[in-house]
Design a binder for this molecule. Structure first.
Ligand SMILES: C[S@@+](CC[C@H](N)C(=O)[O-])C[C@H]1O[C@@H](n2cnc3c(N)ncnc32)[C@H](O)[C@@H]1O
Length: 200
């Protein structure tokens, strides 16, 4: 597929490799980040609504949210990832769209998860997505996303595409301007840094 046709930031081209690795873990609990997402998900009331942004095949993110008894929704820009998700979670609504273009199901959520997504986007798109997440959250809703704490440019090991963390001070400013508060941080076994965020 020509790069210009790919709205998944390179993930459609390597989807089969990704699915064979992170997408088919025999035990969800041993996937990188699973423990942090599980703890985060267990703080919601049963039946709370949570959106998995850039869900990929839904393993482990949506799987963990479902196991916590939450009502889940998902969005991903890669058609192969969306097809894999639908096979695994036929009853979970997933939109095939970019997060930039999606209207997030035209509804609000108690939580939004974005594992491995934000830093794939341009700085302008990252700001847009933070603003959209803020609008899509109910009061006291919660947002969990991964991005390095330091401002950083690097090449995504799987796709060869550029990635960019804006860094904690810039994320904190964007979050605050959107009405969100960065309340905690965590690192998983893969050394991914998590921003734990709440809406006032
Ligand atoms: C690193 S993978 C993470 C997948 C999943 N969250 C996980 O925990 O394994 C990034 C995912 O984001 C999707 N993606 C990339 N750019 C996107 C965009 N602009 N809008 C929606 N999804 C996007 C890719 O298709 C891919 O499934």
């Amino acid at each position: 597929m020509p790069i210009s046709d790919d709205s998944s930031n390179g993930y459609e081209a390597i989807a089969s490799v990704y699915l064979a690795q992170r997408g088919t873990r025999p035990a969800i609990g041993d996937a990188i980040g699973a423990g942090i997402v599980r703890v985060w998900s267990q703080a919601f009331a049963p039946g709370a609504t949570v959106l998995d942004l850039g869900s990929g095949p839904g393993e482990p993110g949506t799987r963990i949210l479902q196991e916590a008894g939450l009502a889940t929704f998902a969005i991903d820009a890669s058609p192969t990832m969306v097809a894999a998700f639908r096979t695994r979670f036929p009853d979970v609504p997933i939109e095939h769209s970019t997060v930039e273009a999606s209207d997030f199901f035209g509804r609000q959520f108690d939580g939004v998860l974005a594992w491995g997504l934000l830093f794939l986007l341009t700085p302008a798109a990252q700001r847009l997505v933070i603003e959209k997440v803020a609008r899509a959250l109910h009061p006291h809703g919660r947002f969990l996303f991964t991005a390095p704490r330091q401002p950083l440019h690097w090449v995504d090991a799987m796709t060869g595409r550029p990635s960019q963390s804006l860094g904690a001070p810039a994320y904190e400013r964007l979050l605050r301007a959107a009405g969100l508060t960065w309340v905690d941080a965590a690192y998983d076994e893969g050394e991914n840094h998590y921003f734990v965020v709440e809406k006032q």
